[in-house]
Design a protein around this ligand. Structure first.
Ligand code: SF4
Ligand code: SF4
Length: 457
């Protein structure tokens, strides 16, 4: 299992059960807890909240070095070991970096660059995009690409899908599909509504598919030698990359996913001075991004990015106000009605998975007038993902989430281009390789399908 509870450390406080959005944590108060694998959507929120850690004074317990090994962690990790944890994939990345036959490509999600610095003692929510690019290059990746690029690509495909559905009036409302924990929940709990999920792969998987096709051609390397690593704020992305349909280019789109915290372990293990490293840049063309790609990292961001593009696709005019503050959500449900030419586009932004159930029931009962819904499992979207640096105290966690969100919007406002369809590298990708959105090649590489998982995990 990707997310686990260590029976030797768990105190039975059930803090994890209080935050689990799908009631997957089982056990009585004061007794060791366990995770129901069928129900678990691998969001990692239990990991974020767990405060039971292994005390050095504990006797008759498995030694730390063995626990580190069991968890796939590096032996150099010095931080306390908590009861709730995710399996790590850092060893696989370390091994690939020393293999000269591989062409190593890396991508990082937007939420990583506003949180990684916390694991190096910098202020909560500090934006370190340029240090991140520099550090990945120093680690030995041949290409330092970016999930922000493929977030822009996702917007082109998803906005086109939305406009088609609105024009032709089918399968509305449309749900976003970039959160794999949400997709897993839908497949298990509401398979009868799967036609409402966008067929777009997540930005992580779109990037992977492009790296091993177009990217391999650019670098003149054989796709089979491309090793694709992604750095994510999310534990469920590990599950997503292993889904069997995620290999449309002929090879697994993404080979390994590590979380923000795992990246920090690797940086420390390699002795890289993150705080003082000279800043660098992501590589072109697959590391080029606009402000719209950046805001994917927080709740409401996918919605705002999609509206910036869909508005212009529908009206053929420039959007009057690029900051769509009414969709910048908080934990919960934020509904708005947006004027798009002659129509009112009814949208909802949902963060915290438990908040989507009422909307799903409305759709089942034909009571919904919504057109487009963004769903993120984690409380504030990916900035609060299960793989982000852990903040123990509630009051600090609030500040961290607030600051991470502010950094995301500051980064957006400072970008020269802020609409996905203005990204010149994306335009070139369509001209040279993909053709048009939602057409044969783009559909094959960038879209996916879903299946009921009511009976199996
Ligand atoms: S990973 Fe998420 S769904 Fe699974 S047990 Fe933890 S909180 Fe619940
Ligand atoms: S909201 Fe983001 S971090 Fe959380 S489960 Fe979904 S994709 Fe992962």
């Amino acid at each position: 299992m990707i997310v686990n509870i260590d029976k030797e450390i768990c105190t039975g406080c059930r803090m994890c059960a209080s935050i689990c959005p799908v009631d997957a944590i089982e056990g009585k108060q004061g007794e060791v807890q366990s995770i129901n694998e069928d129900k678990c959507i691998i969001c990692g929120q239990c990991i974020q909240i767990c405060s039971a850690y292994l005390s050095e004074f504990e006797e008759d317990i498995t030694p730390v070095d063995i626990k580190l090994k069991e968890r796939g962690m590096l032996e150099t990790v010095k931080e306390p070991l908590f009861a709730a944890y995710n399996m790590c994939d850092v060893q696989k990345v370390k091994k690939s970096l020393s293999n000269n036959k591989l062409h190593k490509v890396v991508q990082c999600a937007p939420a990583v660059r506003v949180a990684l610095a916390e694991d190096f003692g910098l202020e909560l929510g500090t934006l370190t995009d340029k240090k991140l690019a520099a550090v990945l290059r120093k680690m030995g990746f041949d290409r330092v690409y970016d999930t922000n690029f493929s977030a822009d690509l996702t917007i082109i495909e998803e906005s086109t899908e939305l406009v088609n559905r609105v024009n032709e009036g089918y399968d509305l409302p449309l749900f976003t599909s970039c959160c794999p924990a949400w997709v897993k929940f839908m497949e298990r709990e509401y398979p009868e509504l799967l036609n409402h999920l966008s067929t777009c792969k997540s930005p992580q998987q779109m990037a992977g598919a492009i790296f091993k096709t177009y990217g391999a051609d650019i670098d003149n390397v054989d796709s089979k030698n491309v090793f694709s690593v992604s750095v994510m704020p999310c534990t469920c992305k590990k599950y997503e990359c292993d889904r069997e349909e995620m290999n449309s280019g002929g090879y697994k789109d993404v080979d390994v996913v590590i979380t923000t915290r795992e990246l920090a372990y690797l940086i420390k293990d390699m002795g890289i001075d993150f705080k003082n490293i000279e800043e660098g840049n992501f590589d072109n063309p697959l590391g080029d991004y606009t402000g719209a790609g950046t805001i994917f990292g927080t709740t409401g961001g996918v919605m705002e990015a999609a509206i910036r593009t869909a508005y212009e696709l529908i009206t053929k005019e420039s959007i009057p106000n690029i900051d769509i503050n009414c969709v910048r959500g908080e934990n919960g449900v934020t509904k708005s009605s947006i004027d798009v030419g002659d129509m009112k586009l009814n949208v909802a932004v949902v963060s915290g998975l438990e908040n989507v159930v009422a909307i799903l029931e409305d759709i089942k009962n034909n009571k919904s007038d919504l057109h487009f819904i963004e769903v993120m499992t984690c409380p504030e979207g990916c900035i609060s993902g299960g793989g982000q640096p852990k903040v123990i105290l509630d009051k600090h966690r609030e500040i961290a989430y607030d600051n991470r969100k502010k950094s995301i919007y500051t980064h957006d406002s400072e970008c020269t281009l802020r609409k996905s369809h203005e990204n010149s590298s994306i335009k070139k990708l369509y001209e040279e390789f993909l053709g048009e959105p939602l057409k044969e090649k783009s559909h094959h590489l960038l879209h996916t399908e879903y299946a009921s998982r009511k009976e199996k995990n």
